[in-house]
Design a protein around this ligand. Structure first.
Ligand code: PRP
Ligand code: URA
Length: 242
């Protein structure tokens, strides 16, 4: 694992003096331009605190995960290109705005990535969603590709790749290889992720420096079983079956 200490930050509204604000552990920073970490706000840290807690039961885990997923999707969409678009308002005045340009689709890495599909649908009406089934072998931690079903015109789309956990990075890198083999250029892929390890982000960014990663948190490291620490345990189990 990685040993540098976790950064701490005072959190809370600006009208309160620092001495009255609690200190919380916030995301590590990483020296990769393709990696975008959500602002470490009191809201985000409180949501992450809920889903990291081993005592949080499944209903709450789903609810609070969904709120973080929504933040990731909203931030991910900011990385898509826009073109100028002016409209006339009901009071007869013009407003110089923008609109999204280009087609998108989602691709979830099953099973845990499927938990992020609804958040994407909530922001992008009738968005097409492809699936890649990659499972980590529980003893070797090596990813295995079992299945993929993707939109036929995926090479012409921006792809929002979905997986909440980014541990060794093996699963995400395998998914990128699948997308590249279908003709999707690296710079049209956005990987949306809840918690990453520094090792995973490092391996991934060296191999695919043009794939943008939008994550809510870079954690301390990996344990001997390649689980993220402090992490939140097995995301798929907590969201779907625990
Ligand atoms: C988990 C997680 C990622 C992967 C991360 O999935 O959802 O896909 O492991 O680990 P990595 O970065 O080391 O590859 P898992 O294979 O356990 O399957 P699940 O989604 O069914 O829980
Ligand atoms: N998959 C998970 O669900 N959690 C981890 O910490 C690592 C892989």
């Amino acid at each position: 694992g990685v040993s540098s200490p976790a950064p701490e930050k005072d959190l809370g509204p600006t009208y309160r003096p620092a001495a009255e604000k609690p200190t919380a552990t916030v995301s590590k920073e990483v020296p990769f331009e393709n990696v975008h970490i959500l602002p470490q706000t009191p809201q985000l840290i409180a949501l992450l605190t809920m889903i990291r807690d081993r005592n949080t039961e499944r209903g709450d885990f789903i609810f609070y995960s969904n709120r973080i997923i929504r933040l990731l999707v909203e931030e991910g969409l900011n990385h898509l290109p826009v073109v100028a678009h002016s409209v006339t308002t009901p009071v007869g005045k013009d407003y110089a705005g923008v609109k999204f340009q280009g087609k998108i689709c989602g691709v979830s890495i099953m099973r845990a990535g499927e938990s992020m599909e609804q958040g994407l649908r909530d922001c992008c009406r009738s968005v097409r969603i492809g699936k890649i089934l990659i499972q980590r072998n529980e003893s070797t931690c090596q990813p295995h590709l079992f299945y993929e079903k993707l939109p036929t015109d995926i090479a012409d789309r921006w792809v929002l790749l979905l997986d909440p956990m980014f541990a060794t990075g093996g699963s995400a890198m395998m998914a990128i290889e699948v997308l590249k083999a279908k003709g999707v250029p690296e710079d049209r892929i956005l990987f949306l992720n809840i918690i990453a390890s520094p090792e995973g982000v490092g391996n991934f960014s060296k191999k695919f420096p043009k794939v943008r990663v939008v994550t809510s948190f870079i954690d301390q490291g990996l344990n001997e079983k390649n689980y993220i620490v402090p992490g939140l345990g097995d995301f798929g189990d907590r969201f779907y079956t625990l």
